[in-house]
Ligand binder design. Structure first.
Ligand code: HGY
Ligand code: MN
Ligand code: MN
Length: 426
């Protein structure tokens, strides 16, 4: 048998169901600390302190093993759906379940909390629910969606988009990573049949409601002095691949007038993205760039850059991306410029009835919109979905500086458990 790749020893205290006295015998704060620390080393780069937990890699396999281990420790049935998403069922899987969870993958050098906090909280909230209620009226499941960040294959929320049909399975199979490995091959290596990808009616019918707990990715809760919020909406956002194709040449002997230098329209794209975003009250980021051949003394042949843009409404977002492309064309200097949409998430308004029901349970907690994407936003097009945010005192995310205080994490789990009780039992 393969040795566990996560730290089973430190998570032993989480087998609370098996301990005399049930979960209540060990304080929730201690169970959270133990379960949290069991993930601490997985996929962490010691040189940066950040996480590199990319879909269908060794780190991802360790995280998936961890998930299966948590399900097994609780006597929950663990399943992988046709799109590689992981499910742990408390009792029989059935339609109309109350589902909670998040994702386990990260951006390059990401923080510990974005995603895993929702999955860890989900398991602990199920423990709380079991301690309070003998037999919920509705089934309860924990989910970890595959490849939420899209850090390896470029498309955010790939697992939930495939599940709902928002991502075409044929297109997904041919996505490639930075080493030109197709997603189909990565899935096969991980034991998932790529021919099975696609909208999954059975999995969708099982979701009566989805509630995702997530670390806040801003400072609103710190400013409001509140540990937990309920989400209202996600602003429209997307990712675009900007390709600049020029001609490599000598940096000393090539006259400026004779150059086709892709760095020039690239630079115009970056500066216009900032200026146009400021004008539109939007945000735009070029956080990834590749230059070929990447030599100090050569005019580059090619620049590839990725634009992430987010705006209050879809028309503003479209105008922003069109403006960036136009600015790049205007500074082309004979370079071929193309802009290709890689993924797009329209505006999301979370289900008002579900949100009101959650607020009735949690009291007058703050309501927050977000400019971050989430699987809950993808699912919201199909099923009632909601999100809880847990205060992040740094306000920083997608960085090792992302954080949450243990007391706030416990408050988040207690809030999630109360929500599960309401949704599963009433
Ligand atoms: O990029 C995002 O908005 C999310 O964190 N995946
Ligand atoms: Mn993220
Ligand atoms: Mn996330």
């Amino acid at each position: 048998m393969r040795a566990p790749t996560w730290d089973r020893a430190t998570s032993g205290v989480c087998d609370g169901r098996m301990a005399a006295g049930g979960v209540a015998a060990v304080p929730l704060a201690a169970r959270f600390a133990a379960l949290w620390s069991s993930l601490e080393r997985v996929g962490r780069d010691p040189s940066t302190g950040g996480y590199r937990r990319f879909a269908w890699t060794e780190a991802d396999r360790a995280l998936r093993d961890w998930f299966a281990g948590q399900a097994a420790d609780r006597g929950m049935t663990c399943e992988v759906d046709r799109n590689g998403n992981l499910w742990a069922w408390d009792g029989e899987a059935a339609d109309g379940a109350v589902v909670t969870g998040s994702h386990l993958d990260s951006v390059p050098d990401g923080g510990a909390f974005d995603g895993p906090l929702g999955v860890v909280s989900a398991f602990l909230a199920v423990d709380e629910l079991r301690d309070r209620v003998d037999r919920p009226r509705r089934p309860v499941a924990v989910v970890a969606f595959a490849d939420e960040e899209g850090a390896r294959f470029g498309v955010a929320c790939a697992g939930s988009r495939l599940l709902t049909g928002a991502l075409d399975p044929a297109a997904a199979r041919t996505l490639t990573d930075r080493d030109a490995v197709p997603l189909a091959e990565a899935l096969r290596a991980a034991g998932v049949d790529p021919e099975g990808l696609g909208r999954d009616e059975r999995a969708l019918a099982r979701i009566g409601a989805y509630v995702e707990l997530h670390v806040e990715q801003g400072r609103a809760l710190a400013d409001l002095d509140a540990p937990v919020a309920v989400a209202t909406a996600i602003v429209p956002h997307g990712r675009w691949h900007l390709a600049f194709r020029g001609a490599a040449d000598h940096a000393g002997t090539t006259r400026l007038a004779d150059r086709q230098d892709p760095m020039l329209p690239f630079a115009a794209a970056v500066t216009s993205a900032r200026a146009l975003a400021e004008q539109a009250g939007a945000v735009a980021t070029v956080g990834r760039v590749q230059v070929a051949p990447n030599a100090t003394n050569a005019v580059p042949a090619a620049v590839d850059a990725w634009l992430d843009a987010r705006a209050a409404d879809d028309a503003v977002l479209d105008a922003l991306v069109a403006g960036v492309t136009e600015a790049a064309h205007a500074a082309a200097h004979g370079v071929q410029v193309t802009c290709t949409e890689e993924s797009r998430s329209p505006a999301v308004r979370f289900d008002a009835a579900l949100r009101d029901r959650i607020r009735a349970v949690l009291g007058d907690v703050p309501l927050l919109p977000t400019a971050a994407g989430h699987d809950a936003g993808i699912l919201a097009a199909e099923v009632p979905a909601a999100m809880l945010f847990v205060r992040n005192p740094s306000g920083v995310s997608h960085s090792p500086a992302e954080t949450a205080d243990p007391e706030d994490c416990v408050a988040g789990i207690e809030a999630l458990a109360a929500v599960l009780e309401e949704l599963a039992c009433r």
